[in-house]
Ligand binder design. Structure first.
Ligand code: GLN
Length: 211
């Protein structure tokens, strides 16, 4: 049963508005799962649309296209500024790359929005294992989450203020960091938006609502 909001502030935050970067990537999946996690999910393509957002999601897709489109649509700098100013933001896969301060194996001139003090390696898992899935432990969850990796990055180095939420737990890549959080920013190498469950989106919606 839902609690009845007791003030206008509670009413607003009972269902936070979460924008999804909608110039490229698997936007629809995020919109759907954010709604199921209790948020009011909206597509964002223009800088003005950022104003309504209590939180923001950068989907999976292709980071080398995303940054160019963000530049073309003049979303890059306003979004970067919002993230610096504390807009809670969640990046999945290419979105993780977009949030990383440093990228290994990016294209020449590749830019990121930054904000997360991490170094990611693009397409880190190699060609043989381009895409794979498996169950992994996730910080604070009793049950494992199903993680789908598609030409995914991993986190190669983390700054002091960055917490690890998940690592790969088997195979050659065992121990590699695949989910992190730093303050109001979080990122996963995998795609919780295609894994079926909405627990990780709920985790993010909670972060938007409570932090
Ligand atoms: N390899 C892609 C990139 O570099 C990410 C793939 C994904 O988001 N599934 O941006």
């Amino acid at each position: 049963m839902r609690e009845v909001p007791t003030s206008l502030y509670d009413a607003a935050m009972a269902s936070p508005t979460i924008g999804v970067f909608a110039l490229q990537g698997d936007v629809r999946e995020h919109l759907r799962i954010l709604e199921s996690a209790g948020a009011n999910a909206v597509k964002v393509r223009r800088p003005g649309e950022l104003e309504q957002c209590d939180g923001f999601v950068i989907p999976g897709g292709e980071s080398t296209t995303m940054y160019k489109l963000a530049r073309t649509f003049e979303l890059f700098e306003p979004l970067r500024a919002k993230i610096r100013d504390g807009l809670p933001t969640f990046g999945t896969c290419a979105g993780m790359i977009m949030l990383a301060d440093r990228v290994i194996d990016g294209t020449k001139d590749q830019e990121t929005l930054g904000g997360l003090d991490i170094t990611v390696r693009r397409n880190a898992f190699g060609r043989q294992v381009d895409s794979f899935e498996g169950d992994i432990d996730f910080d604070g969850f009793d049950e494992q989450v199903h993680a789908v990796f598609i030409r995914a990055p991993w986190v190669e180095r983390l700054g002091d203020g960055v917490g690890v939420l998940a690592r790969v737990d088997q195979g050659e890549a065992a121990g590699r960091v695949v989910a992190v959080r730093q303050g109001r920013l979080m990122a996963t190498s995998f795609h919780p938006e295609v894994g079926g469950a909405d627990r990780i989106h709920r985790y993010f919606v909670d972060l938007v609502t409570n932090d």
